[in-house]
Design a protein around this ligand. Structure first.
Ligand code: PRP
Ligand code: URA
Length: 208
């Protein structure tokens, strides 16, 4: 499993705003979207390019393009939707699937309630998106359901990852690469990431 952590002062600065409990919904959403865009750039870094002849105002050249039809983005509902906006900004033709999952508040076990993918998804690279990788249960189950449907190439993009979640993900799905903005310290007794940013879904959608 490849593990990429964005390491950049501007990202650290933006994470500080996300972490601050005083930050309100509008700014929280905007920054989740911005970081999702940057994670998407990073996760594209080893994707193949095709050569295509174009003419610049100066001369003809063999230029390179991605096959953008090759990618499907899959937010884990709800909080993953907060990252989807940032992806749409930089890849406006992107196709999306959705996986609905929530963590039972007592057992912390993920409960699956929705699954819908675009056609021919099994031939494409899937970018699974969710701001938080805590115990890893939600990401692991979401990836298992993608694999059960025949999807082979999966990358997981999150804002904050906990060491326990990374370890669990690596054990269960070593073929899935992880892209995150920050690896935090640990989980608390309620399986929240420490220091983290609280409940990502609640902060994105203004619920409690
Ligand atoms: C959060 C988060 C992840 C999950 C991470 O979602 O967005 O999906 O918890 O925890 P885990 O790694 O321990 O599984 P939540 O279940 O709170 O649902 P929500 O997106 O509807 O808020
Ligand atoms: N889900 C969240 O939204 N935040 C955490 O810290 C852990 C799980």
């Amino acid at each position: 499993m490849k593990k990429i952590e964005l390491n950049n002062p501007l990202i650290t600065h933006k994470l500080t705003i996300l972490r601050d409990e005083k930050t309100q919904t509008k700014e929280f959403r905007e920054i989740i979207g911005e970081i999702a865009s940057i994670l998407c750039y990073e996760a594209m870094s080893d994707e193949p390019l095709k050569t295509k002849e174009i003419k610049t105002p100066i001369k003809k050249m063999n230029a390179q393009k991605l096959n953008t039809d090759n990618y499907v983005f899959v937010p884990i509902l709800r909080a993953g939707l907060g990252m989807a906006e940032g992806i749409i900004k930089i890849m406006p033709t992107a196709k999306f699937g959705h996986i609905g999952m929530y963590r039972d508040e007592e057992t912390f076990i993920p409960v699956n309630y929705f699954y819908k993918m675009p056609p021919s998804v099994e031939d494409k690279t899937v970018f699974l998106i969710d701001p938080m990788l805590a115990t890893g249960g939600s990401a692991i189950d979401a990836i298992s359901s993608l694999k059960e449907k025949g999807i082979k190439k999966i990358k997981f993009l999150c804002i904050i990852a906990a060491p326990d979640g990374i370890k669990a993900l690596e054990e269960k799905h070593p073929d899935v690469d992880l892209y995150c903005a920050k690896i935090d310290d640990k989980l608390n007794e309620n399986k929240y990431i420490v220091p983290g940013l609280g409940d990502a879904g609640d902060r994105i959608f203004g619920t409690n």
